[in-house]
Every structure is written in C-alpha cells, then in structure tokens.
Design a protein around this ligand. Structure first.
Ligand code: URA
Length: 296
C-alpha cells in the first residue's frame, strides 16, 4: 500500500471521528466509493501516519446508506437517520447535480430504461421544508420529464397552493424515477415492482439527505411502502404521523385517488393531513383554511 493511500485513509478516519465526536451519525456516501473501500486490502505492515496515531480499523463492511434489502423491510430500522451536517450551498448544488447526472444515466432496470422518454428526477426547491413523494411517473410525466404534471399533478398543485405555498417552494419526487413500462398497452399505469423500488430508492434516499426537508408527505400506499416498508393500507395509516429516518412523515391519499373518488369526505381527509403538516412546519393557518371543507 502506498503512503499516499494511508495518508488519505488516515485523513478520512480522522475526519469521520471528528464528525462522530460532534454527534454526527450519518454521512452520505456514493455506493461506488463504499464498494471500493470495502475492496481495499487491509495493510499487513505497520503503516506510516502523518497525524496522531489512530487505532487500527477496518473499512466499513456495509454501505452508510444501505439499500432496502427486502421488499417489506422497514428502512427506519436499517437506514440511519438523516443527521449529516447540511452542506454549504455550492457543495449542495454540486452534490445535487452529481446525483441527478447519475440518475439520468441509470440503466439498472433495462426494461424501464428502454421504454422511458425521460428520467423524472424531481422538481422544486432543494432547500424545501416540505417534500411530496409519489409513486412513479405516468405518461405525462414521462413525456415532460417532471413529476406530477398530469391530471393528478394538477390536483396536487391546487392542494399545495391552498396551503399558501407554490410548487417552487416545495420539492416533489417519486419512489421511481422512470415510468413503469406497460408492454403491449398503449395507456394505463402499473404499480412499480418491489425489485424496481429497491433498485431506484437509493437515489431518493440521497435526494432526501441533501434536501433535508422538515416534513415529508407520502402520497399513497406505494410511497409509504417505498419509504417505510409498510404495507398497511393507506386508509389506516393516513392522518397518523410516521417517521422516515428522523423526519416526520405524513401519509395521505394519492391525488389520483381523489380524482377517482370525488367524495367530499376524502378531500377533507387529505386537507386535514395538509393542515397537520402546516402546523408541524409552523406555517400560518387562516380560519378559512382551517374550515375549508366545513364551509362547503
Ligand atoms: N403519480 C405519481 O405518483 N407520480 C407522478 O409523478 C404522477 C402521477
């Protein structure tokens, strides 16, 4: 092993120990770098250090942000909390651009890579306090390269505007960044498979790590399953705060469900979930907003 390698390794270890001493329990790491670390041979001879000696240590044996390994595994139990110090704006923009570049070039699901028109990375404010997560792009999103721009998206935009925010204030993404293919069908959507979700979710984990929203709204059962590994029905879960790696997460109905079921009671439920999120964020709530569906 070259001295240069050891110097880098020592510097990395010292840096991580400093972070740990400051209470940081999670640092984002590219899968490729972590795999390379895992493969680095453990030195057999005493190594030179340029800094204070540090105890011998093996490289991490698992990725810092492990992928969900079982279809219904609860990431909460395996993925560490989002606690990395926030990056300065320049470093954050660079990390975001790098993440986007990797997502746009992804061909891990060959069927989706060959059928997609666009990788739908996400849209909005990278410093957003509120993040919405849906299932997967539909035909309109695939065509335009932006999440939630079709009929369900227009309803989501109305819901966001009703809170006093705009699409530019929040961040919107999906569990899957590619449209699930529907071979032999010229219309309609299909639910992402567990395998597709497991393959794609590391991109979303990284995105959330960079954005560090204060509240996440999971739109529909697939978003809840992808983020929390929970397959309990959305009817049971909605309205009840969950936690995604330390971030409060509110499950609610997907806007597509509201388009299918026009009952006022269901709209009111989604609005109540939005009010709970607004309250959690400390956003002002007017009497009109509070009584929105009661007035109708
Ligand atoms: N439905 C989703 O879940 N996501 C989109 O982007 C559009 C529709």
């Amino acid at each position: 092993m070259s001295d240069h390698y050891h110097q880098l390794l020592d510097a990395a270890i010292l840096h991580l120990e400093e972070l740990k001493a400051r209470g940081v329990r999670f640092v984002p790491g590219a899968q490729g770098s972590l795999a390379a670390l895992n493969q680095a041979p453990v030195p057999v001879s005493p190594r030179k250090t340029f800094a204070a000696p540090v105890p011998e240590r093996r490289p991490p044996t698992r990725p810092v942000v492990p992928p969900i390994t079982a279809p219904h595994a609860a990431p909460e139990s395996v993925v560490p909390p989002v606690s990395a110090p926030s990056l300065d704006p320049e470093a954050k923009a660079a990390a975001f651009a790098n993440l986007q570049q990797r997502a746009l070039a992804c061909v891990k699901c060959p069927n989706l890579a060959s059928s997609r028109r666009h990788v739908v990375f996400g849209v909005g404010n990278v410093d957003a306090q509120l993040m919405f997560i849906g299932e997967a792009p539909g035909a309109d999103e695939d065509a335009q390269g932006e999440p939630f721009v079709g009929a369900a998206g227009q309803l989501l935009t109305k819901i966001i505007v009703a809170t006093g925010l705009s699409r530019a204030d929040v961040y919107i993404a999906n569990i899957l960044k590619c449209r699930p293919d529907t071979p032999g069908q010229s219309f309609g959507n299909r639910k992402p498979t567990s395998e597709e979700m497991q393959t794609c979710i590391p991109f979303l984990h990284e995105q959330i790590d960079l954005i560090r929203p204060k509240v996440i709204i999971a739109l529909g059962a697939t978003a809840v399953e992808g983020l929390l590994g929970k397959t309990v029905g959305i009817t049971k879960l909605r309205g009840h705060w969950q936690t995604y790696r330390g971030i409060p997460l509110m499950p609610t109905y997907h806007p597509a469900y509201l388009l299918r079921n026009q009952a006022m009671s269901e709209k009111r439920r989604v609005w109540e979930d939005m009010l709970a999120a607004m309250e959690k964020l400390g956003l002002p709530i007017s009497d009109r907003q509070q009584n929105f569906f009661l007035q109708k």
